[in-house]
Design a binder for this molecule. Structure first.
Ligand SMILES: Nc1ncnc2c1ncn2[C@@H]1O[C@H](COP(=O)(O)OP(=O)(O)OP(=O)(O)O)[C@@H](O)[C@H]1O
Ligand SMILES: [Mg+2]
Length: 146
């Protein structure tokens, strides 16, 4: 089962992330896919607000993972884009985050097709340029909303 929503402004993608986070439960993993600049980080910032996180969210591109603990649940924000080898993920103990009581949001989750996250929520964000520069189609599958 999957569901699609259309957003026409970054604020709507942010609000969608915030809403999903309000219902998020410990141990959940959200896999974000979509081209550069589609809104994965915008979604994550909204998601963080929905968890009640007060820290400023920045892209973890150069760190692979950033942790935020000021909310209702810990948020582990991954960005796999610049990672050349999935072994680097295991070297930093990523599977401990994936099996933790926090919530993981993973940008570029399709970088390494060999990694399979069981029971994860998939969120794909696509630009729909025929509807204008700010239009995005967001497809969510695998979540409790679906
Ligand atoms: N409907 C929309 N939803 C989300 N972002 C939008 C939308 N319309 C325009 N934008 C703009 O698109 C950009 C999305 O940037 P963002 O950093 O979130 O993308 P990203 O998918 O995380 O990119 P990257 O792959 O580089 O990490 C922002 O500049 C945002 O303002
Ligand atoms: Mg990003």
């Amino acid at each position: 089962m999957q569901k699609q929503i259309i957003t026409n402004h970054s604020a709507e993608t942010y609000a969608f992330g915030r809403k999903l986070a309000e219902a998020a439960a410990p141990g959940e993993i959200y896999l974000l896919t979509g081209d550069l600049g589609t809104g994965k980080t915008v979604f994550t910032k909204g998601f963080a607000e929905g968890l009640g996180i007060t820290e400023h969210i920045t892209s973890p591109t150069f760190n692979i993972i950033k942790e935020y603990r000021s909310g209702r649940l810990p948020l582990y924000h991954f960005d796999l884009y610049r990672l050349s080898d999935e072994d680097e993920l295991y070297a930093i103990g990523a599977d401990e985050y994936w099996n933790s009581d926090g919530v993981c949001v993973i940008e570029w989750a399709d970088m390494f097709p060999d990694i399979v996250w069981e029971n994860a929520v998939h969120i794909e964000i696509k630009k729909e340029l025929s509807e204008g520069p700010d239009c995005r189609i967001i497809t969510i599958s695998g979540g409790k909303e679906c």
